[in-house]
Ligand binder design. Structure first.
Ligand code: ZN
Length: 125
């Protein structure tokens, strides 16, 4: 898939400060904005990469602004965790995880945040 990674992204840094989280991966269009996590560490985490690539596909599928709107509306309706775009990305993430024991999978899960954008935080294991 055609995508770009921006390390130390100012957008992701703002989100990270607002959320008071250690790391943030935020997808806007075809770009994954990272803060608090290095590109190499992110790329090594196949589950996390698969999760964010799923958001990129969602942007492509629905169109940039339309997807932002759909994501926001979905979050308002069912909440962030049950947002169907997050559910889809979570499943993609689990499938993308390689060589991770099942017991560890739950701990290494990627979680959406309360901000109305596809912004995810990885829980520290
Ligand atoms: Zn997500």
């Amino acid at each position: 898939m055609d995508y770009k990674i921006v390390e130390n992204s100012p957008f992701a840094r703002i989100a990270r400060m607002v959320l008071k989280s250690r790391n943030v991966a935020m997808v806007l269009g075809k770009t994954i904005h990272l803060s608090g996590v290095k590109r190499e560490a992110f790329l090594k985490d196949s589950g996390w990469v698969a999760h964010e690539l799923c958001h990129i596909r969602q942007f492509q599928e629905h169109g940039y602004l339309r997807f932002l709107w759909l994501y926001l509306r979905e979050s308002m309706r069912v909440g962030y965790y049950n947002n169907k775009y997050e559910v889809e990305a979570r499943i993609a993430g689990l499938k993308g995880e390689k060589n991770i024991p099942v017991a560890k999978k739950a701990d290494s899960s990627i979680n959406p945040t309360e901000l109305p954008l596809p912004i995810d935080v990885k829980k520290e294991v």
